[in-house]
Design a protein around this ligand. Structure first.
Ligand SMILES: *[C@@H]1O[C@H](CO)[C@@H](O)[C@H](O)[C@H]1NC(C)=O
Ligand SMILES: *[C@@H]1O[C@H](CO)[C@@H](O)[C@H](O)[C@H]1NC(C)=O
Ligand SMILES: *[C@@H]1O[C@H](CO)[C@@H](O)[C@H](O)[C@H]1NC(C)=O
Length: 315
């Protein structure tokens, strides 16, 4: 009888242990948290989007500085406006740091801009050129925590023109879902050792002769799983102030290759002279003024039915 009892107790203990283990695994993998509420993770401002309910196809993250309101306005009215292309939803958000010198009136304006458009992501770091890596990592952090359900992420800048229609078409055609990273590829770039350059890098900051392959920070696109991978690897990649190179260093460590989106060049890290036929076949163009963003966008929209006869590829 006693032997029978210990047998029962033994089986019961095993079952109980198993149940506890299951519960633990379940809690761990659903990221369920009893004692912590899903906090803001140090974000000062967050956009209004529920990616779980209605996941976007593409999230465009636009680095911006406080004073570039005119450009943000132009982007909101053109390529950055939320829209559905085919059946794919495209949304854009702005990445912002904090002002170097405290300025209550400027801070109030940012908060009201955020309340009005609900498209600003902000954390508490000083918004300077050499903190651009922090800004990009903030975007990656946001995607990881708030929008891992999206399919693709683009990181670009405020002085850019983005043809979201063509980009979406090419991404759909490419039919990639994971481990995908594309843009204007710089496969063999080296640190600039000239001290007067904006991109000067000392031997201490980067002793190597070559950078790993990276995509120009003017505009690159990646499958959302890559954001999650960068988020996880970045604490073990030493900070480097050139954000596009830094992302290249992360990708190198993750062994994620850079790939062309299309057989023709579509990501232009420089200015491209505008023509409707040319701009239909580009993804990015750099150095555009807010007025040009609107002009180009409106010209493309109003000429949708016109054909480009004999138009060659964009150069
Ligand atoms: C604070 O911001 C306002 C609004 O943008 C600007 O006009 C003003 O010059 C700024 N003040 C300082 C001290 O930077
Ligand atoms: C970057 O931001 C941090 C946090 O606000 C600040 O301490 C640091 O001075 C900034 N770095 C540069 C180069 O501006
Ligand atoms: C897209 O890729 C998947 C596999 O990853 C394949 O099953 C599917 O047929 C592809 N679709 C198109 C339209 O090429």
């Amino acid at each position: 009888m006693a032997q029978f009892n210990t047998g029962i107790v033994g089986i019961f203990s095993v079952v109980l242990l198993f149940a506890c283990l299951c519960l633990f695994i379940e809690l761990k993998f659903t990221k369920f948290c009893i004692f912590c509420h899903s906090g803001n993770k140090n974000f000062l401002l967050l956009p209004d989007i529920d990616c779980k309910k209605n996941p976007p196809f593409l999230v465009i993250l636009v680095t911006t500085e406080y004073w570039q309101l005119q450009a943000r306005t132009a982007i909101r009215q053109s390529w950055g406006k939320e829209r559905i292309i085919g059946d794919k939803r495209i949304v854009s958000f702005f990445l912002l740091g904090t002002l170097e010198r405290q300025n209550k009136s400027a801070e109030t304006r940012i908060i009201s801009e955020s309340l009005k458009y609900k498209d600003i992501i902000q954390k508490n770091f000083i918004d300077t050129y050499y903190n651009l890596t922090l800004k990009t990592l903030m975007g990656v952090d946001w995607v990881h925590h708030f929008c891992p359900q999206s399919s693709f992420v683009m990181k670009t800048d405020t002085d850019m023109f983005i043809n979201t229609f063509y980009l979406t078409e090419l991404l759909v055609r490419k039919n990639r879902t994971t481990n995908f990273f594309t843009g204007s590829i710089k496969s063999k770039d080296h640190p600039i050792r000239n001290k007067v350059s904006k991109w000067y890098i000392s031997e201490i900051e980067y002793p190597g002769e070559w950078y790993p392959p990276f995509c120009s920070g003017t505009g690159y696109v990646f499958s959302t799983d890559v954001a999650n991978q960068i988020y996880i690897i970045s604490p073990s990649v030493p900070y480097f102030k050139l954000e596009d190179v830094y992302v290249g260093l992360c990708l190198d460590k993750l062994r994620i290759p850079l790939e062309e989106l299309h057989s023709e060049n579509t990501f232009f890290p420089s200015k491209v002279k505008f023509s409707i036929c040319r701009f239909r076949k580009i993804v990015t163009c750099h150095h555009v003024q807010p007025s040009e963003i609107l002009m180009y966008w409106n010209a493309l929209q109003s000429s949708q039915d016109e054909e480009c006869i004999g138009a060659g590829p964009a150069e």
